[in-house]
Design a protein. Structure first.
Length: 484
């Protein structure tokens, strides 16, 4: 697992309140299946922890024979990738070794697809295969890789015919900043990205002082978050939600609007007394004291955690291999949070004080609105919100209501403006510009197409700019980004 980009410890400090037991998500076993597909989901498998441990023994052996690590650009990583590929080849998968360049040298993704099931509906499961340079990386992330590998081998041996195409990814250079998974998704044609119904990620599942965390980054996720929670609940294991954000490979998929989910047993975060009470282990110590250290060896494992998390991988692959996705329907509601500003500045970033319930300018609905400029002096103000536009959308549009009050009297000169922008990585595009010339004391709706950004996470932004003389107020309310 990668180090956090921002300060903060991933673990207890980022964990949400413990989940109450929830009803199991609706399984495809209860839905009518087409004649060409199985009528029900096969029972969840018991993924052999003995076999998973044997895979970890092999990864330890590879590291020991190659300078003590399996770091990107070094022989231990290539040997790991070749060994995983050989196992999948022998099981009947269609495999590829995808190479890419990194700051540490050439790295590789291992991609394996079971050549059966509907190729228009893909369920993908993955884990990063590389270690840090300081050690063999057995928990981080040999455990996730070994659990995913054994699940893939068990699936091939099960003899079932999946409804959907099942694909597995073993990522290189995760420890350098998710380089492998980003390379993979960014080089997939848009039409192929749209076929991925779900990506499941497993990064560190055998921590020696373990927790049972379920990703909460993408709670819609085709019900996968709740399916994972229900599985653990059925095994009398309590879980906690955690927002892993950009620390593991699901982030590359999530950034393109694809559903994601996963599990995690903890890294450098400290286990609380409450967590120790429900999970066992030692309060006041890290979930993995050997995180990113040379002691992350085959001795740095909790086999109970490894067994439970591996069974969760199997459950999810078995369940979603047979899930009836039907036609992929993107959400049609508003993708923006707090679109009418009634929760104040929640979910929005930018200039302090712009979002206000001041009675000087009325909101279109409710009490709050975004009031840009109106200062009567040279200044710039902005507000914005990050939003993921689903890859499956056929169209996407940004709309908002605006009233423009101005003291400018010259009828043909632009003095003050508000720009409607989309920020896509390092690129900022201005969709349109309104000015004092568009003055209106009643709200007017404006709409811009943002279809070109489907499959991406972008920031919608409003930037007001005022000159040094007379004021112009740009008051915005009821913003919407909707897809069809």
């Amino acid at each position: 697992m990668s180090k956090p980009v921002l300060s903060g410890v991933l673990g207890a400090a980022l964990v949400a309140a413990a989940l109450a037991p929830s009803a199991p998500a609706t399984a495809s076993a209860t839905a009518p299946a087409p004649a060409s597909a199985p009528a029900a989901v096969a029972a969840s498998p018991d993924i052999s922890v003995t076999n998973v441990k044997a895979h970890l023994d092999q990864l330890q052996s590879i590291a020991t024979s190659n300078g003590g690590n399996r770091y990107t650009g070094r022989p231990g990583y290539r040997a790991s990738a070749d060994w995983v590929k050989s196992k999948l080849d022998a099981a009947g998968y269609t495999t590829s070794l995808q190479s890419f360049s990194t700051s540490a040298g050439t790295s590789y993704n291992v991609i394996a697809e079971w050549p059966h099931g509907d190729a228009n509906h893909v369920v993908m499961t993955g884990a990063h295969l590389d270690s840090v340079s300081s050690g063999p990386g057995i928990n981080d992330n040999g455990t996730g890789s070994a659990g995913v590998l054994e699940t893939a081998l068990a699936f091939a041996a099960s003899g079932q015919t999946p409804r959907n195409r099942v694909r597995f990814g073993f990522w290189g250079a995760e420890e350098l900043g998710l380089v492998g998974s980003k390379f993979y998704v960014n080089n997939l044609p848009a039409a192929e990205r749209d076929k991925i119904e779900l990506y499941l990620n497993f990064d560190m599942i055998g921590s020696p002082n373990p927790g049972y965390f379920v990703y909460n980054d993408n709670p819609a996720g085709n019900g996968a978050r709740d399916e994972l929670t229900s599985f653990f609940t059925s095994k009398s294991v309590q879980t906690e939600y955690i927002d892993v954000q950009g620390r593991s490979d699901h982030a590359a998929f999530r950034a393109l609007g694809l559903p994601t989910a996963g599990t995690f047993s903890g890294a450098e975060g400290i286990k609380s007394s409450t967590q120790a009470g429900k999970w066992g282990g030692t309060a006041g110590q890290a979930f993995d004291p050997c995180y990113h250290r040379s002691c992350d060896t085959i001795s740095n494992l909790n086999l109970t955690s490894l067994d439970r998390h591996s069974d969760a991988i199997g459950h999810m692959v078995w369940t979603y291999a047979q899930k009836d996705f039907g036609g992929t329907t993107p959400p049609t509601g508003n993708l923006l949070l707090n679109p009418g500003f009634e929760s104040g500045a929640v979910n929005w970033t930018g200039t302090t004080g712009v979002i206000t319930n001041s009675a000087s300018k009325p909101a279109r609905t409710g009490s709050y609105k975004a009031w840009l400029q109106g200062n009567g002096r040279s200044s710039t103000e902005n507000i914005g919100q990050s939003v993921a536009i689903p890859a499956a959308a056929t169209a996407a549009s940004l709309s908002f209501w605006i009233r423009i009050d101005t003291a400018e009297t010259t009828g043909s000169t632009v003095y003050d403006t508000v720009k409607v922008q989309v920020v896509d990585g390092a690129t900022t595009t201005t969709l349109g510009t309104l000015s004092n010339l568009n003055k209106s004391t009643s709200y007017v709706q404006k709409t811009f197409s943002v279809t070109q950004y489907k499959g991406k996470t972008v920031t919608v932004r409003f930037v007001g700019q005022e000159d040094s003389s007379l004021q112009t107020s740009f008051v915005i309310d009821d913003v919407s980004l909707a897809t069809s």
